[in-house]
Design a protein around this ligand. Structure first.
Ligand SMILES: N[C@@H](CCC(=O)N[C@@H](CS)C(=O)NCC(=O)O)C(=O)O
Length: 216
């Protein structure tokens, strides 16, 4: 990496987990290769960092994650993931304009087709009735993804595909939240297999000792 380390504002128990997962896939170590600024998170409670003038200058929307790399500042977790993959390159990034476009498509699909129904289940929104509604809303997108995955292991790349940042962006909602709520993927066997393949990767898990709760 350049002398300017990538700095991520955000906690592992937040959407910042997406760029952290990607950085671990690249073998990058926290504090050695990139920096985490612990803002707290929606599960653990936010700390004072997000209210600071410094943070609000970076992201007036006051949301995490935020990435700073030299003079570049980005918010939106999927845009941050795509920048990091472009910056670090290799097979996890798009090899040509078509692959880059498909990666962008999956970044958007993740947060439009899937997140609005998976994330509220994590928070138990609407109780049993809410859960039934979110599950019902997910039928069609999961049918579609099951078709897309019928001849491939990964979302982007020739033939059966290769693991890319697109899988991270999609599995961050479908796989991570789906597993958290014990979602039954069995009606969609191709999705079920892809969720298993992506979320069993060692880099999916924060390393032992990494902060997942605010420190007192
Ligand atoms: N679309 C944004 C969503 C960002 C977002 O809502 N982040 C949450 C934490 S995961 C947050 O900062 N919430 C604080 C709040 O709503 O006040 C992204 O993917 O980065």
């Amino acid at each position: 990496m350049s002398e300017n380390k990538i700095v991520i504002y955000g906690h592992q128990a937040s959407r910042a987990s997406r760029p952290y997962w990607l950085l671990r896939e690249y073998g990058k170590a926290i504090n050695e290769d990139f920096l985490e600024v612990d803002t707290g998170g929606p599960v653990t409670g936010f700390n004072e960092v997000r209210d600071s003038d410094q943070f609000l200058k970076l992201n007036p929307y006051k949301l995490i994650p935020v990435m700073q790399h030299g003079d570049l500042v980005l918010y939106e977790s999927q845009a941050i993931c795509q920048y990091i993959a472009e910056y670090l390159g290799g097979p996890m990034s798009g090899g040509d304009i078509g692959e880059r476009a498909r990666i962008n498509m999956y970044g958007l699909s993740s947060v439009t087709n899937f997140e609005p129904n998976f994330l509220p289940m994590v928070f138990g929104s609407g109780g049993a009735e809410g859960r039934a509604k979110f599950e019902s809303n997910l039928q069609q997108p999961l049918n579609a993804l099951n078709v897309e995955l019928q001849d491939r292991d990964y979302l982007v790349g020739a033939e059966r595909g290769r693991f890319t940042v697109a899988d991270i962006m999609m599995a961050s909602t479908i796989g991570q939240y789906g597993r958290a709520v014990k979602f039954d993927f069995s009606p969609w066997p191709n999705v079920r297999d892809w969720v298993a393949l992506t979320t069993k990767r060692p880099a999916f898990y924060p390393p032992r000792g990494m902060k997942v709760k605010p420190q007192n």
